[in-house]
Write a protein that binds this ligand. Sequence first.
Ligand code: KE4
Length: 447
Amino acid sequence: MQRPAFYTESTMSSQTQIRTRSQALQQRAERYFPGGVNSPVRAFRAVGGAPPFIESAAGAWLTDVDGNRYIDYFGSWGPMILGHAFPPVVEAIERAARNSASFGASTAAEADLAERVVACFPAIQKLRFVSSGTEATMSAIRLARAATGRKIIIKFEGCYHGHADGLLVKAGSGVATFGIPGSAGVPEEVAHLTHALPYNDIAAVEAAFDAHPDEIAAVILEPVVGNAGCIPPAPGYLAGLRAITAREGALLIVDEVMTGFRVALGGALELHGVDADLVTLGKIVGGGLPVGVFGGKRVFMDLLAPLGPVYQAGTLSGNPLAMAAGIATLSYLQEHEGEIYPKLEATSRAVAEGVAAEAASAGIPLTLNRVGAMWTWFFTPDPVTNYDEAAKSDTVAFGRFHNAMLNAGIWLPPSQFEAAFIGIAHGEEEIAATIAAAREAFKAVLV
Ligand code: KE4
């Protein structure tokens, strides 16, 4: 993998972090945006300190506006699995942009990308492109209610599916980060229709269906939780949900916005050999540009206008630049699948376990949950199999660790309740530098 031109050994040395420009930009941003951000967790409120403003990125590296460089274990919240400024993706976007950014009309590129999505996700017979994961899950829920004539939705505590009203009940990600039960502004009549159950507890799902026969439209879940930190499904859990929903006439909506193309080319559905009625995708499918997908069985998808009575629309759905970035990304992943996913497994394991070993040497209790190229270091000695257990983590210790790693040039998710990600541009030097930085960072955690 071609290392970015600026890469030199010196970037691996520990850095004194001068962030005067970032601080000035943060002050300006706070005049325009609540908290100075366009998405809450980016404000670093959960970990403390002012967030660096990023100027550029290449490969596994970010460069902030003060010239500080960071090894990136967040990859824009997941999309950048090929590394930043990956040439085939950049060139595809440049080519598309020369023909205008948007037509608001159909293009061949939409089906070009759809063919690649369907090849990776056999559960998807038909799909719609939207511009975010939130739009994808919101639309999938509407479709499930129309298909079944039922109203209740089952989700799981700690799972985050975007910020549509009905899905902000006991959600993960920023909702978990800020410890808020849901969100102000969501009428109780809406929240009342969403039942949040413990993850990895199949009996709780059986009990919900017993209590609400013929009332539950769908079960939606993250097939590997990323938004409470990384929590894998228990053996048989996904298959159990598939069996219950099929028996009860409810739709199974598998939200692979984070896991799709990340834990495997075909996401968690491929890993676990499970089918779904509807699947949602985002992040990687757009190669860093705004793309969401909801798709699934034809019988459900054909309920959508203009064929059926379910309305859904979007000005920039199928945007040509986003389609070009997605096609370049998925093409590369598909063509190099046999090399990419074993490499991601090896580098993820090396860095995740290497850092966990440094915690053990420092006497710091830490539980590592990892599925392929996504993982979380929970600052707790106990197993983490659901949100309640994740919530027992020492978020102050995590904040100290995050801050120390950031000052050493390692960019981690800014919350205990997010997953870390790696891409194909991370190599041995980045892994070694990260483990060395962690050795020092854990000393800071202990003070
Ligand atoms: P977006 O609307 O943010 O594109 O997607 C919502 C969504 C849906 N489903 C899953 C499983 C997701 O992880 C997400 C978005 N993830 C969060 C980060 N954990 C969004 C980033 C943020 O909140 O800033």
